[in-house]
Design a binder for this molecule. Sequence first.
Ligand SMILES: [Cu+2]
Length: 130
Amino acid sequence: MNKRLMYVIIGIVVVLILGVGGYFALNGNSANNSSSGSNSNGNNNNPVPAGTVVISQETFKPGTITVNKGETVTWQNNDSIDHTVVADDGSFDLGTIAGGAKVQRTFDTVGTFKYHCSIHTFMKGMVIVK
Ligand SMILES: [Cu+2]
């Protein structure tokens, strides 16, 4: 009797562990997919070419872009107002980008570069250089 009960409990525990593990595995996968999807534009329906951040409705899109060392990132301002691209740590400042204009910067150093718009400080983005 007791043995049978033990097996039942073990069975329930195993099912619970598998269930919880599967849940986290699924979550991890979906999180990875969404982040890598926004990084490598080619995988999505996103028409923006790799290496381009579109500024639209006071938002950097994609918010995080990944490029290889030595590649150039273009910021295309599709808003009608000025924006800027300034590194949070002050390592670069691409100046004012008028509505419809674009700026570029080549990243020769591996690292993660957070930046923001100095006019609208809530506008934040990140360049990951691999
Ligand atoms: Cu701005």
